[in-house]
Design a protein around this ligand. Sequence first.
Ligand code: MC0
Length: 140
Amino acid sequence: MRIDHVGIACHDLEEKIALFERTFELTVVAREVNEEQGVKEAMLHIADGEGGGSYIQLLEPLGPDTPVGKFLARRGEGVHHVAFGVPDVARALEEIGGRGVRLLDEKPRHGSMGSSIGFLHPKDVGGMLTELVQAAEPQA
Ligand code: MC0
């Protein structure tokens, strides 16, 4: 397993992109609006590794009644989730669900940069909202 990304909830995506670029000299490699997840997001590249890269993911909610909108209202800006990279997300959900962890997604959904993702309930993972990510196949 590897760390695919750390998701950071923020009120103003453009402002936080500028902050992370100038503070850490990171570069935005992808931007997306994900209506299903209720977010506008940007991926900032950290490193490449076997099985996929690692990123900081900045997340601005599309509205107050979304997962990130509710999180911001309750806790303010900061780390929203940690995403582990796995080779097969459907299989990982089945295996981890079988260990008694509540799945927020029974089946994989669409994630950043063509990935397939599934979330685990934070209360069953030490208070950490956890995402499993299967990176997109590299283009031939
Ligand atoms: C809520 N809780 C969290 C949390 N959000 N704990 C840690 N980290 C978070 N981010 C806690 C609450 O404080 C509460 O604890 C308990 O979990 C249950 O919360 P709830 O009242 O059910 O709150 P909801 O309705 O806000 O739901 C929380 C839940 C939801 C995690 C179930 O946000 C969800 O389904 N998230 C998965 C999808 C998601 O987050 N999508 C946005 C990123 P107490 O102690 O107060 O009971 S999408 C994304 O990142 C994609 C684009 C990608 O990576 O490619």
